[in-house]
Design a protein around this ligand. Structure first.
Ligand code: ZN
Length: 121
């Protein structure tokens, strides 16, 4: 028995690149926080860069890893925060609760590393 879990196949790389180009063309926003994604960056090169998220995490549905219907555009940082948990928002609804600085609240900045968006919780 061979495990397909988290295996990055050539087909998946192709699908992922296609999905990136598609989202870039549509200027799709992050499905987790509803904020724009920086498509001038290469995927997975920074917090605001594009990251292919899976609606159903690969850990739960490895069979859907290469299914484009399971792909969602997200920020690399948002995808990291989500991990393998269920997203805490209904699909198709934008949540701004992730971005307290959007409401004009002063953002405490204890992190030594400069961040472009206040997406760290
Ligand atoms: Zn996001």
């Amino acid at each position: 028995m061979s495990s397909k879990n988290r295996k990055t196949t050539r087909n998946f790389v192709k699908q992922r690149n296609q999905f990136f180009e598609q989202c870039k063309a549509e200027n799709a926003v992050c499905w987790l926080c509803g904020m724009p994604i920086d498509y001038s960056m290469q995927p997975n090169t920074g917090d605001d860069s594009f990251n292919l998220d899976h609606l159903y995490p690969i850990s739960k549905r490895p069979d859907l890893q290469e299914d484009p219907a399971n792909f969602r555009p997200s920020h690399a940082s948002c995808n990291n925060l989500r991990g393998d948990r269920e997203p805490n928002l209904p699909i198709g609804t934008l949540s701004r609760q992730w971005i307290p600085s959007e409401y004009g609240e002063p953002k405490p900045a204890p992190a030594p590393k400069p961040k472009r968006l206040g997406v760290i919780i």
